[in-house]
Design a binder for this molecule. Sequence first.
Ligand code: G6P
Length: 372
Amino acid sequence: SAAVKGGYDSFMRKEIHEQPTAVADTLRGRFDTRGQLMLDELRIPEAELRSIDKIIVIACGTAAYSGHVAKYAIEHWCRIPVEVELAHEFRYRDPIVGPRTLVVAISQSGETMDTLMAVRHAREQGARVLAICNTHGSTIPRESDAVLYTHAGPEVAVASTKAFLAQVAACYLLGLFLAQLRGTKFPDELRETVAALQALPDKIQRVIDTEPEIEEVARALADEESFLFLGRHVGYPVALEGALKLKEIAYIHAEGFAAGELKHGPIALIEEGQPVFVVVPSPRGRDSLHSKVVSNIQEVRARGARTLVIAEEGDDDVVPFADVIFRVPQTPVLLAPLVSVVPLQIFACALATAKGLDVDQPRNLAKSVTVE
Ligand code: G6P
């Protein structure tokens, strides 16, 4: 009923609107007044955390995409190699783990059997396991060495939204904490990142405030049969997540690609009218990634694509090549997924709603998959 959904027409839409709170609650109480991380709950001895030589993130579905974002952030801040692997693949490939490996298991429910089996396997091999989880007392945290809880509140809709943002925020906390503990090459950048992280809930809210415009675009595209999503750097997992949301709840064929891969294959898919989302990196980022992705928008549009562009406020370079622009506030490069994924969530939710589908209970899917 509308009452339990707080007046929203779906839990998913309600949970999208709860994202600023989910992120704020996940950050709360984890910094001291000087902006130093305090993760007392990480009950793994500091000496061990200092000697980690590899991190392996294991997860499934949306939670795995939060791990992809973590890889970019943690490798940069901490200079520790990070692998991200689907839990069901990790367990069956004889992974190389040892006492100096930190395995990070990310799971909203804490009950996903594939992830749980991977946790058990990692511990049997002698790895330390840290769970990032949204559900207190669930099985994965109980079977891990330590847990960093996300505080997104209960998530009801099968398609994950606010838990994803909280997972990404928790991964940033872990990365910043490890950098602080082990010493970092970028003390100023870390200080700025901590401040920017605390400003994010307001920026997420500003994206949510643009919901009516995004919904209008979604309604206009409700009869499309396929969507492509391009992103690069941390925009790549955002593209994958945007595609997953459309598959899950709108039953539309959607595929995410690393934008640099376009010329190696996917560009052959582009024909007249094909809608293509492009997640554009910040123009303030390194290595001219921004101009390369702007070129990608040009390339697909020249072949007839309709371009739906997620770009920072003030990024005028995209204007000539975008059919539609969804604006997001400026953030440090590595934090951008917390804002750039939001228009994609709103788009999928609005499109599935326009098709008259049950957004919260998509066919064939379960909120938590407790079988292998
Ligand atoms: C299921 C859900 C997905 C979710 C995945 C992982 O497949 O339908 O939305 O991302 O499980 O769930 P978890 O609870 O481990 O984060």
